[in-house]
Design a protein around this ligand. Structure first.
Ligand code: 9WO
Length: 253
């Protein structure tokens, strides 16, 4: 898969994506990242990419033409058609379902804004989709683009080792949050590893993990659990968990 990043700081996104799973995906040829800087397509001695907003007010707005020329250059660099995604707080929320959808594309072009934003006419003409990674404001779209790159890269076939398999991830399997994890030592000043994990009884361990995943998802993110849609076995696991914890939804653990 090819990802093009249109940004005043394209190397910033590539830097974030240079490590770990994403770096490895690039080394393995599963992912290629290409940066494009609208400043390289700006005119005049000053190479302006922004101007003051009509209607007044603080901040600056990114000019149409440098962005349009930059997008055209990015598009022309490869015959594969690329969906253009703009990262902004006004976008639709990024979910693992959306990540899977993007990861299946041959090419995605990520457009990062700075300042107060991008002239709306450029967005209307060139952007296929606007995505938000959460309800907060950053100083630009770059960190959000890096989040998209990371989430999409690890779903490329062959990017993860068996041990990292995405099937086990939160959301990828069953839409539940992950169960707790423990490693050595068994006995520590901060507590002991739950006995069931030391038992060697794989059925019991799987049951306990499922129960923990159900229980903490219900407590932390009740919006992700449809209690009525749970299997009888899952409902039982959850009821036992809640009975043992004596807690209702909304209580952080
Ligand atoms: C800046 C600004 C300055 C003065 C007055 C109002 C202002 N609004 C903004 C602003 O929201 N700038 C955004 C910065 C413009 C688009 C790129 N930027 C951005 C993207 N910030 N946060 C995101 C983002 C992207 C995806 N998911 C969450 C946040």
């Amino acid at each position: 898969m090819r990802i093009d990043i249109v940004s005043l700081f394209p190397e910033f996104v590539a830097q974030v994506a240079g490590h770990g799973v994403v770096g490895r995906a690039q080394e393995r040829g599963l992912l290629s990242l290409h940066g494009w800087n609208p400043r390289d397509h700006a005119e005049g001695n000053y190479r302006r990419v922004d101007d003051r907003p009509f209607g007044g007010g603080p901040g600056m707005v990114m000019l149409i033409d440098p962005l349009r020329a930059c997008l055209a250059a990015a598009r022309a660099a490869d015959p594969a058609p690329g969906r253009v995604v703009y990262l902004s707080p006004q976008g639709r929320p990024l979910t693992q379902t959306k990540v899977r959808e993007l990861a299946a594309e041959p090419r995605v072009i990520l457009l990062c804004g700075r300042y107060e934003g991008v002239d709306e006419r450029l967005l209307a003409a060139e952007v296929d989709e606007e995505i938000s990674i959460g309800d907060y404001v950053l100083s630009g779209g770059e960190l959000a683009a890096a989040v998209v790159v990371d989430a999409v890269a690890r779903l490329q076939e062959g990017a993860l080792n068996d041990a990292e398999s995405a099937v086990q991830d939160s959301f990828e399997g069953d839409g539940l949050l992950d169960c707790p994890h423990y490693t050595r030592p068994v006995e520590h000043a901060l507590g002991r590893v739950p006995e069931v994990l030391l038992s060697g009884n794989h059925a019991e361990i799987a049951r306990w993990r499922r129960q923990q995943a159900l229980g903490r998802t219900w407590l932390r993110r009740p919006d992700l659990v449809d209690r009525e849609a749970l299997s009888a076995a899952d409902r039982r696991l959850l009821e036992d968990f809640l009975g043992a914890a004596g807690d209702g939804p909304g209580t952080p653990t």
